[in-house]
Ligand binder design. Structure first.
Ligand code: AMP
Ligand code: GLY
Length: 426
């Protein structure tokens, strides 16, 4: 088989790694990929096409007679890449544009959850500043309140307002200053949920589904979950707070009604579904859906999949998802993100990176690249998040220690990482 992976982060590096391990795969193309996927060699090859160049990606898939395309990031899904490929008869993993609204429109996903009685925070939707302002000034709301741009904002469109002034500032930022542009044309104001977050990923053909191990992300930049929100500074799996009992509730109260609800409404959901949960005393509620795998959670979830990943994806497009093995290693995994100093605010790029040779090939560790590039043969930093270093262990403790052992020896000017990834799960 020849497969194409679309995207350029550590998640896509992990997707390439998992695809290349499959015996049935001969070539893995990745568009555009990054410095790490460029160094993989063997079956893996970067293709200089952006994730949003849909027509070019389709031509590439047709000209090279590709068997399967896997979409890593959300933008091409929102732009309708799955609809485009399917119309051309090319197999692709992901939801249609209509189904991807579960991520691309929070106004849609909140109303969908309400229609199908899926547990989530109570909410109101606003389309202009005066209506939102009246609501904030006149309603007897409890703080914190959560104020969100409805559209795609790369995880940055959420304000947690601790009082009325902060809520009014958020409304001004969204409607008047338009800091997220059109993504802020609709605004959701919702109740603050207490508890601990976890992510559950589902692979589905619209009817049948299989579950990956639950994971936990670390969204804040600083140790102890302090400071600004980021794209994610590390993750571990399995997340022990998602006990078998909680997972059963997630399946019954969230996953099954989501899949049947989307099918009933005429947009069956296919591909990966990311269910972002808040778990409070064993009761799950949905914080958000994403129409793709999470980053950095993928970097722990895929290495824990024992079965052939590509065989499962193939089965999901063939309607035989219930007939393939989907087994997990009885191990733990942790991934630690190394970022450029200053991230998530201003940071510099182009710094030379040193990775000791001993880490070129490891049994229980993988260095997934996020923002790296090759500059005349030298590996340099090229983004805010630079690496996602994953390690496996018999226990969570062992995987964390092994990941940090590698992280400490990778160096570039200004490298920053959290020192407490996974501690919540110990
Ligand atoms: P979202 O883009 O909706 O996933 O929100 C980003 C992050 O904001 C989440 O991962 C949570 O940490 C936080 N958040 C969002 N909605 C809520 C809520 N209703 N209650 C508490 N925290 C929330
Ligand atoms: N880990 C958060 C996300 O992928 O959106």
């Amino acid at each position: 088989m020849k497969v194409l992976i679309i995207g350029s982060g550590a998640r896509e590096h992990a997707l390439c790694w998992a695809a290349a391990r499959s015996e049935r795969v001969k070539t893995v193309f990745v568009a555009p990929g990054n410095g790490g996927t460029g160094l993989m060699g063997g079956k893996v090859q970067n293709v200089p096409l952006k994730a949003t160049e849909l027509d070019e990606l389709l031509h590439f898939a047709e000209d090279n007679a590709l068997d399967l395309t896997i979409v890593g990031s959300e933008q091409p899904l929102e732009l309708g890449i799955v609809d485009l490929f399917r119309r051309a008869g090319k197999k692709i993993i992901g939801p249609t544009q209509a189904a991807a609204r579960l991520e691309s429109s929070k106004a849609f996903s909140k109303a969908f959850m309400k229609r199908h009685e899926i547990p989530t925070a109570g909410y109101h939707v606003f389309r202009d500043a005066p209506a939102a302002t009246i609501f904030i000034e006149q309603s007897q709301t409890f703080y914190p309140q959560v104020i969100k741009a409805s559209g795609l904002c790369a995880g940055k469109g959420v304000f947690i307002a601790l009082n009325r002034e902060e809520a009014l500032t958020a409304i001004k930022n969204l409607f008047e200053d338009r800091i997220f542009g059109d993504a802020g044309d609709e605004v959701v104001i919702e109740e603050f949920l207490h508890g601990q977050e976890a992510s559950v990923f589902v692979l589905t053909d619209g009817i049948r589904y299989r579950l990956f191990l639950p994971a936990q992300d670390h969204k804040r930049i600083g140790d102890g979950d302090t400071g600004k929100n980021t794209g994610g500074m590390g993750a571990y799996a399995p997340a022990t707070l998602v006990t078998p009992e909680v997972m059963r509730k997630v399946e019954e109260l969230v996953i099954k009604p989501t899949l049947t609800g989307m099918a009933e409404e005429g947009s069956p959901y296919t591909g990966f579904l990311y269910v972002g949960l808040m778990i409070d005393r064993g009761e799950p509620s949905v914080v958000e859906y994403n129409a793709r795998l999470g980053d950095p959670e993928t970097q722990v979830v895929l290495p824990l999949l024992k079965s052939d990943f590509i065989a499962a994806l193939q089965a999901s497009v063939d309607g035989t998802l219930d007939q393939v093995p989907f087994e997990m290693h009885q191990k733990s995994a942790a991934t630690v993100v190394i970022a450029s100093g200053g991230y998530p605010d201003h940071y510099e790029t182009g710094k030379s990176i040193i990775i000791p040779d001993e880490f070129t090939s490891m049994d229980n560790g993988m260095i997934f690249h996020a923002g790296t590039a090759s500059d005349r043969g030298q590996l340099v930093t090229a983004g805010g998040r630079v690496f996602s270093v994953t390690a496996l262990g018999e226990t969570l403790r062992e995987s964390i220690d092994r990941a940090y052992h590698i992280v400490e020896k990778i160096s570039f000017d200004g490298a920053y990482y959290r020192t407490d990834i996974g501690a919540k799960g110990l």
